[in-house]
Design a protein around this ligand. Structure first.
Ligand code: SF4
Ligand code: SF4
Ligand code: FES
Length: 279
């Protein structure tokens, strides 16, 4: 079956034709061929200048993530024919919310910087009892351990799209991997840092991260675990926690959410005045 691929090309180093522009390639797609197989075929047989990343070809290294027909996908576990039959097109672009380096290759430096910020390693408290991990303890952080660092969740994150300083879903899920570990000795400090500006409370719960994660890490669920743990640990002096408290207070007192009132409560009277134009 012949399938037309429309691929976004962009080379900032090319002075004559940097793009971006879309170039079309026709690929003879066989049963079982993945989108990555098709890109390799194009690069090997037709256009060696096409740039893209890949390594394992088995959905475990996370390097082949791209935007396929508008959504972030791992191209090595996405089959061409079913995707084409479902979407009626084959449009390949680099991951959204990331700067393009060349063609389908994006700059992952901000992704790794955010990961580094959440200290992705265990800092045990010490003492023999803290080394005991039950099956239930393990189950709480299991999903957050599945991440292969592909960046699909960050590419689809609505909060990250409007504010690149947001810690974003991938690093947040990784943060729960350690903050939620019973052996962790610095949980309170971690939760305080994550509750600061541009941290976990900037998530708008759109669910895209969970919808597009190829490994079912469920980043939003991990963010909710972090928020809940932060509030239980008494990390309350931030707009997110205040908002939650004001909502609970409103329901408790009036049986419903009073938007105007709880905005005043968590933003304060003077700051609320500044929000009049937004209103
Ligand atoms: S649920 Fe939150 S973290 Fe996930 S994509 Fe939406 S805004 Fe981003
Ligand atoms: S959480 Fe999922 S989508 Fe996000 S980087 Fe990890 S594996 Fe990829
Ligand atoms: S090439 Fe490794 S995840 Fe696709």
């Amino acid at each position: 079956m012949e399938i037309k691929f429309s691929i976004r090309r962009h080379d900032p180093m090319d002075r004559e034709n940097p793009g971006p522009y879309y170039r079309e390639y026709v690929v003879e797609a066989a049963e079982g061929m993945t989108v990555l197989d098709a890109l390799l075929k194009i690069s090997e047989e037709e256009d060696p200048t096409l740039a893209f990343r890949r390594s394992c070809r088995s959905a475990i290294c996370g390097s082949c993530a791209m935007t396929v027909n508008g959504f972030a996908r791992l191209t090595c576990n996405l089959q061409v024919i079913p995707e084409y039959e479902k979407m009626g097109a084959m449009k390949i672009e680099p991951l959204a919310n990331h700067r393009t380096v060349k063609d389908l290759v994006v700059d992952m430096a901000p992704f790794w910087e955010k990961m580094e910020k959440v200290a992705p390693f265990l800092m045990p408290a010490g003492g023999s009892e803290t080394n005991q991990v039950t099956i239930e303890d393990q189950a709480r952080i299991d999903e957050s351990q599945r991440c292969i660092m592909c960046g699909c969740c960050n590419a689809e994150c609505n909060s990250l799209e409007i504010d690149e300083r947001f810690i974003a879903p991938a690093a947040s899920a990784k943060a729960w991997r350690f903050a939620g570990d019973v052996r962790e000795g610095h949980q309170a400090k971690r939760l305080e840092r994550l509750s600061e500006e541009h941290g976990i409370w900037d998530c708008v719960r759109c669910l895209h991260c969970t919808q597009y994660c190829p490994k079912d890490v469920k980043p939003l669920k991990q963010i909710e675990s972090l928020r809940s743990a932060a509030m239980k640990a008494g990390v309350l002096d931030n707009p997110g926690a205040k908002h939650v408290e004001a909502m609970a207070d409103s329901v408790e007192r009036f049986g419903r959410l009073d938007e105007g009132r709880h905005d005043l409560q968590d933003t304060g009277f003077l700051r609320s005045l500044g929000m009049i134009p937004l209103g």
